[in-house]
Ligand binder design. Structure first.
Ligand SMILES: Nc1ncnc2c1ncn2[C@@H]1O[C@H](COP(=O)(O)OP(=O)(O)OP(=O)(O)O)[C@@H](O)[C@H]1O
Ligand SMILES: [Mg+2]
Length: 376
């Protein structure tokens, strides 16, 4: 992995093997920044959802680059994402040395993350839960990125059209057809991901709690009963017609609102803590955290069974929030999965029990050049 001019890191280059990686050092040393950099090798805005300019190291602020070399079943892959602020703030993606789209990254690297900000996932608005749902879905279905981007583009255009004085209906028709195709693909992929996740939870022997999860929303009420095995790439023609008709019928409602009210961009993720039958948002902070970890581990387990490899896990400050027993359970599961989990914490003691089964990045008191040691 190599970072250039990325936040606090002017240059960081390291080689790692498949073992988990523990990153420790004082506050502000640049630990989360490393996790964020890895998250940027997947489609989207990374684990902080930051703008490209924000991540350029100050005061230079010239741009940044993140490069990764991945050992995969298909052989080594090279991924790079960079931004040159002097040439606009557009992200440039390179795959094996050739220019590529952000969406294309989804087919190469699968990663999932948990951050302290996600502690509030179950109690805040739907948008963070939707992002979590979409990241999980993307891990299962790389095409989800492309479809989501296509949907977002059509949605933006339709929303713009809704605000015009008297737009020609034909313009709506074309956009709504695109939205129906992409939208149904999104719904289907999400549904399949959740059903695989649910399945992976049921067969797991784990200390982490089980949850009953469901995707909620108006559009799900119309299209919630589709056969799960149906082809994601080609939504049934009658569903597409029905979806297009709904959007047409809702034009005046949407015009009054000034935006599209029906669609997967408004979905929510509901979870019930199975052991207690309580909705996730009414659970304790620790229970909510354990629930999230449980969902991430189940996704990893399911992926390992399906494609033979667990995703890369970025677990920011996760160990610190777990009691001794749960921490041990987390490490056991990560080892059993063979997942390359990147975990941060302020001190080495959090990772002692991992011994030589993990690699380490140690930051010193100044947060200067990190030293890698392979044994504790
Ligand atoms: N664009 C930037 N340019 C230079 N420094 C930056 C930039 N963005 C963030 N930083 C700095 O990066 C430092 C490290 O941030 P990071 O979040 O990685 O710390 P951390 O090691 O995870 O700390 P903590 O233990 O508190 O979570 C911070 O001091 C922050 O000021
Ligand atoms: Mg941090």
């Amino acid at each position: 992995m190599e970072l250039r001019q990325f936040r606090s890191h002017s240059k960081f280059t390291r080689r790692f093997d498949a073992r988990p990686i523990c990153i420790y050092g004082p506050n502000g040393a640049g630990k989360t920044n490393i996790l964020e950099a890895i998250s940027l090798l997947s489609p989207g805005r990374g684990l902080r959802g930051a703008a490209a300019e924000e991540m350029a190291r100050r005061p230079e602020a010239i741009g940044w680059a993140v490069r990764g070399e991945l050992a995969s079943a298909e052989g080594p892959r090279r991924l790079a994402v960079s931004v040159d602020l002097r040439g606009g703030a557009k992200r440039k993606v390179d795959l094996d040395g050739s220019p590529a789209t952000q969406s294309a990254l989804g087919a190469v690297i699968r990663s999932l993350w948990l951050t302290p900000a996600m502690d509030r996932l179950w109690i805040e608005g739907a948008s963070e839960r939707r992002k979590f749902l979409d990241r999980t879905t993307l891990a299962f279905e790389p095409k989800h990125a492309e479809r989501s981007a296509a949907y977002e583009r059509a949605l933006r255009e339709r929303n713009r059209l809704l605000k015009e004085p008297s737009p020609p209906p034909a313009w709506f028709n074309a956009l709504e057809e695109r939205m129906a195709t992409a939208g149904l693909g999104i719904l289907q992929a999400r549904r399949q991901a959740i059903s695989r996740l649910q399945n992976a939870q049921e067969h797991a022997k784990t200390l982490f709690p089980k949850a009953e999860i469901a995707i909620l929303g108006e559009v799900e009420e119309f299209f919630g009963t589709t056969d799960k095995s149906a082809d994601v790439t080609a939504p049934a023609e009658n569903e597409k017609e029905q979806y297009t008709r709904l959007l047409r019928d809702y034009r005046s409602r949407d015009m009054a609102a000034g935006r599209t009210l029906l669609g997967p961009h408004r979905s929510d993720l509901g979870a019930i803590f199975s052991a207690k039958g309580v909705e996730a948002r009414y659970c304790s902070t620790g229970e909510q955290k354990a629930l999230l970890i449980s969902l991430v581990l189940s996704t990893a387990r399911s992926l390992r069974n399906d494609i033979g490899a667990a995703p890369i896990l970025l677990l920011d400050e996760v160990a610190a929030h777990l009691d001794h027993e749960r921490r041990a359970a987390l490490y056991d599961e990560i080892s059993a999965l063979g997942a390359q989990a990147w975990m941060t914490g302020t001190g080495p003691e959090l990772f002692n029990t991992l011994g030589a089964s993990a690699q380490r990045i140690v930051f010193d008191a100044e947060g200067a050049t990190p030293e890698t040691t392979d044994t504790p």
